[in-house]
Design a protein around this ligand. Structure first.
Ligand SMILES: [Fe+2]
Ligand SMILES: [Fe+2]
Length: 370
């Protein structure tokens, strides 16, 4: 806790009084107390301007002033988040205006002519209170910024761990592992376009990356098969949705994990009900999964697998349009088409960052990719 000398040295006191003799007297008394920062205003309008724009700790305020009186100033101070103590100094000694001043937010009252000892004691008490609040406020702000930087760090670690794990999984069946990152990034862009909150956008960036974690349970001879899967193999492949759901459901109960869980389960559901594993349709499919599904299919078409060729941006676009209202929710497709250029720019940038990876040839599709 600060001692009184420190308090007086740090204190910023404002005086507003339209009577020059009072103003000078108050300023002298305050300076004699050891207060270095005293701002005095003869003009209440200028005083109010200062109060609303500069930091201060205690205000000595006259009530009876022309144009803008003390009551009006008290009313305006209510706009501030935290109003420091206000001591009303006034010749209005009648009980009604004293009550009114206190009712309007003043914390104390000194009548004119001043009792200088009383004045000094009241100013000291008000300053103690005000500076203790100021210290608390500073501590609160430090705490908040510490928490924020910790959670930034935490967010980055989350991202790093999820990226490492999902890319490791993906290395099993592709050569780069970049697909999941692009799906996360474009799902986040889509969510933002669709008006979701910043928190939702950050969650889906990570959650969408985990859409295929269930593939960890698919045997290599099916997952890595270069030819088209037969009917029974396709059935095994489809279990990755349910499997991802079961893995992630065990991972905890946070908004991020819950979103990842619903995406893993529902990212192959179709808007018209023709998807799997549950055959959900329309808004029964979680929004996060409806978004991820468009991002995932687009990126799969565009990037190809080692044994598949890439669709061109135009044919991938045509496919989304063809599936608008079938596989995909129309609004999500429309939002995606509106940002296709950005998605392509991101893809080009990432490919050039990994230039050692051979670019795959682009073709127009003969067989739809699943
Ligand atoms: Fe999948
Ligand atoms: Fe995928």
């Amino acid at each position: 806790m600060m001692d009184m000398q420190d308090i007086l040295r740090q204190a910023r006191v404002v005086v507003i009084d339209d009577f020059i003799a009072n103003l000078r007297l108050l300023e002298r008394v305050l300076r004699q107390m050891g207060i270095e920062q005293v701002d005095v205003f003869l003009d209440p309008q200028q005083g109010l301007e200062h109060l609303l724009t500069q930091p201060w700790d205690v205000l000595l305020l006259d009530l009876d002033m022309p144009v803008l009186d003390g009551f009006a100033i008290l009313a305006r101070l209510k706009e501030m988040d935290r109003v420091p103590p206000v001591i009303v100094v006034s010749a209005l000694t009648d009980i009604a205006s004293r009550h009114r001043g206190l009712g309007e937010g003043a914390s104390d009252y000194i009548g004119k002519p001043f009792d200088l000892v009383e004045l000094q004691l009241k100013v000291k008490n008000a300053l103690k209170l005000s500076l203790a609040n100021r210290q608390l406020e500073a501590q609160r702000e430090t705490l908040i910024s510490t928490i924020n930087s910790r959670s930034d760090e935490l967010g980055e670690s989350y991202y790093a761990v999820i990226r490492a794990l999902t890319r490791t999984l993906e290395f099993r069946d592709t050569d780069t592992g970049q697909h999941v990152e692009r799906v996360g990034a474009s799902a986040a862009m889509l969510a933002q376009r669709l008006g979701q909150s910043a928190e939702y956008v950050e969650h889906i960036r990570l959650a969408a990356m985990m859409h295929d974690v269930g593939k960890v349970g698919i045997p290599d001879h099916i997952l890595l098969k270069r030819e088209r899967l037969d009917a029974s193999e396709q059935e095994v492949m489809k279990t990755h949705a349910e499997m991802g759901f079961r893995i992630l459901r065990e991972a905890g109960d946070t908004p991020l994990v819950n979103m990842a869980t619903e995406i893993a389960l529902a990212h192959h559901e179709n808007w018209d009900g023709s998807g799997y594993p549950r055959g959900l349709s329309g808004e029964a499919i979680p929004l996060s999964a409806r978004i991820t599904s468009v991002s995932d299919v687009y990126d799969s078409l565009r990037c190809g697998r080692p044994y598949k060729q890439c669709w061109t941006a135009e044919s991938a676009r045509d496919y989304l349009i063809e599936q608008r209202g079938r596989m995909f929710q129309p609004e999500v497709v429309d939002a995606f088409l509106g940002m296709q250029a950005e998605v392509e720019a991101m893809r080009t940038k990432w490919l050039s960052l990994h230039a050692h990876i051979d670019h795959q040839t682009e073709v127009s599709p003969a067989i739809p990719v699943t």
